[in-house]
Design a protein around this ligand. Structure first.
Ligand code: PRP
Length: 176
């Protein structure tokens, strides 16, 4: 059976999270941060990042429905699970596994900004600049990757492979 094409090893991912967490801590100082994970893909980033950020962190989640590429590129996204708490006056850091077309993030930024947070920033482990259809700011980017279908570390193919500790390019063996 063919070996998976590994794009990012577990060690590379974890080392990048060390760097990102250090930047976040330096930028926010003693301010309390509300991490807003975008389900489901961000679950490992939220888990591993939050453990590096110390006690001044709270965690909430949103889930956004996607209706396939066409709907995404048209910007039609809906909230399936909203935040549990108010973000008014709080420092919100949205956490994504990947920004692809940018539609999800553009919509989320617009929605969350209407709720008057003290600040709103985004951290994405992966970004695919070549897939972008909607330009959207991302304050903290882990890795810029080519426009390939990748799985692992939260990213799925038909709900599988999220639990790989590494990120690989979807290959024939994943499809079997
Ligand atoms: C993925 C990813 C982002 C979104 C990015 O989620 O986690 O939320 O797509 O794509 P975009 O930039 O083209 O909008 P997905 O809808 O696959 O759901 P999942 O996280 O539950 O797998």
């Amino acid at each position: 059976m063919a070996e998976p094409i590994i794009l990012l090893t577990e060690q590379e991912i974890q080392a990048k999270l060390d760097q990102l967490a250090a930047q976040v801590l330096a930028d926010y100082g003693n301010e309390e941060i509300l991490l807003v994970g975008v389900l489901k893909g961000s679950l490992y980033v939220v888990a591993d990042l939050s453990r590096r950020l110390g006690p001044n962190v709270k965690i909430d989640f949103v889930q956004v429905s996607s209706y396939g590429l066409e709907a995404k590129s048209s910007g039609i996204v809906q909230i399936r699970k909203d935040l549990d708490t108010s973000i008014e006056g709080r420092h919100v850091l949205v956490v994504e596994d990947i920004v692809d077309t940018g539609a999800t993030l553009a919509h989320l930024r617009e929605l969350l900004n209407t709720r008057r947070p003290a600040s709103l920033k985004v951290l994405a482990l992966l970004s695919k600049p070549d897939a972008r259809l909607t330009e959207v700011p991302i304050e903290y980017v882990g890795f810029e990757i080519p426009n390939r279908f990748v799985v692992g570390y939260g990213l799925d193919y038909a709900e599988r492979y999220r639990n790989q500790a590494f990120i690989s390019v979807l290959s024939a063996e994943h499809l079997s």
